[in-house]
Design a protein around this ligand. Structure first.
Ligand SMILES: Cc1ncc(COP(=O)(O)O)c(C=O)c1O
Length: 409
């Protein structure tokens, strides 16, 4: 039987994560199911940024590089992220964008396997991952071999230097077996690099438990760092001394303030840095990460699965024959999102946004809904299901203005 509003209220009353809702500012009446794309604004962020701008920058000026410990921010923020992804504090550093970080880390991994000529990934990976690997392989004269998930194991031959996969798929929400695929890659002598953009902060990630070699990820999705927040890089400690990355800027130098002519890499993950830290973005990301204080990722996962299951049940009822699940039905194999296929997916998502339920559309026909346990209640999801039913019953997605908009995307 489909859960009722009374069921949802009862679950909210005993929700061990209910207290984190007050850590976020969300527009009244909106049900935000897009935290997998851009996380919500933490309450503390505006004040922190105002203080940083007015006091640290405005008054402290250049002295704040030391007095406000701006220079330490990439490592400090990295250490917070490490706690969410199963890494040691000194194995993670925050900087740059995920795309740039992927270039640097993939190149660093390849520097450890100079005799091998192949990089393996999967088709339909998030485009930037494939584009970055295409550019890197072209620059290094390597081959990029793109194989469907079921063919990955056979593709991991002794020619392969590196396997690059996104842990939770951005469109389907499918979760890869990180431990298994890492072990298979390593058994053939390759290294494994994971993109955690849709996993970190959404489900427990155990990079060291899986013996992963490298990882990257976004700061602006489940980590709530704000639009364009810096990303992060994880390198397992065993690779620190030997890895070399190609964007050898001064902030990754062993002695940046010696201003010497010749590059010498800093110790540890600091060598993955390139230029001056983006202090304002890092401060916003640090506030986003504080939203996880006192929160267990096991509790986040448990609630995320329950929210997803609830939405699936409600959507099945609301959509009837039009219901078409585009993500794994098995909750354990699904990240913190539900994807639905609909021939008018774009128009459907727009109609829902007009009804105050914000999800997003991914071409060609996927309506995507993210579930962020830190600021979503069961009653919110119930209300989203109610509004979805109204949109379906009234066929609002067929309204001409939505079809017109679809034509221009
Ligand atoms: C898996 C994955 N990797 C990377 C990115 C984006 O990278 P960047 O922050 O460099 O634009 C996204 C954005 O949605 C993503 O889903």
């Amino acid at each position: 039987m489909t859960p009722t509003l009374a069921d949802c209220r009862a679950w909210d009353a005993e929700d061990s994560l209910a207290f984190t809702r007050a850590r976020f500012r969300l527009p009244e009446g909106m049900i935000y199911l897009d935290g997998n794309s851009l996380g919500a604004l933490p309450m503390a962020t505006a004040g922190r940024l105002a203080d940083l701008v007015e006091r640290e920058w405005g008054q402290g000026l250049i002295g704040s590089w030391n007095d406000a410990a701006w220079m330490a921010m990439p490592a400090r923020v990295g250490a917070r992220i490490a706690g969410l992804i199963g890494a040691e504090a000194d194995e993670v550093i925050a900087a740059d964008s995920t795309s740039v970080n992927l270039y640097k880390l993939a190149a660093a991994a390849l520097s450890l396997r100079p005799e091998r000529r192949v990089v393996v990934s999967e088709p339909g990976n998030f485009p930037t991952d494939l584009y970055v690997l295409q550019g890197l392989c072209a620059a290094l004269g390597l081959e990029l071999c793109v194989k469907a998930p079921e063919a990955l194991e056979n593709a991991l031959t002794d020619e392969v230097a590196l396997l690059v996969l996104t842990h939770v798929h951005y469109k389907s929400g499918r979760v890869h077996d990180m431990a298994g695929l890492t072990a298979t890659a390593q058994a053939s002598g390759a290294l494994a690099l994971w993109d955690l953009s849709h996993s970190a902060g959404a489900l427990p990630v155990d990079l060291n438990g899986c013996n992963a070699d490298f990882a990257v990820g976004c700061g602006y999705k489940y980590l709530n760092g704000g639009p364009g927040a810096p990303g992060y890089m994880m390198a397992a400690r065993r690779h620190h001394a030997a890895m070399r990355q190609p964007l050898t800027g001064w902030i990754g130098h062993a002695a940046p303030f010696a201003f010497g002519d010749d590059y010498a890499p800093a110790d540890g993950v600091t060598r993955l840095l390139t230029g001056t830290p983006a202090v304002i973005g890092l401060a916003a990301l640090e506030e986003g990460l504080k939203s996880f204080e006192g929160v267990s990722m096991a509790a986040v996962r448990e609630k995320s699965i329950r929210l997803g299951e609830l939405f699936i049940a409600l959507a099945r009822e609301a959509m009837g024959e039009a219901f078409d699940l585009a993500c794994p039905a098995d909750a354990q194999a699904r990240g913190s999102q539900v994807s639905l296929r609909h021939p008018h997916g774009y128009a459907l998502v727009q109609a829902l946004i007009e009804a105050g339920v914000v999800g997003d559309f991914r071409a060609p026909d996927i309506a995507r809904f993210g579930f962020t346990p830190l600021y979503l209640s069961f009653a919110d999801v119930f209300e989203a299901g109610r509004r979805l039913k109204a949109v379906m019953d009234e066929e609002r997605w067929t309204a001409p203005r939505f079809s017109e908009r679809r034509a221009v995307t």
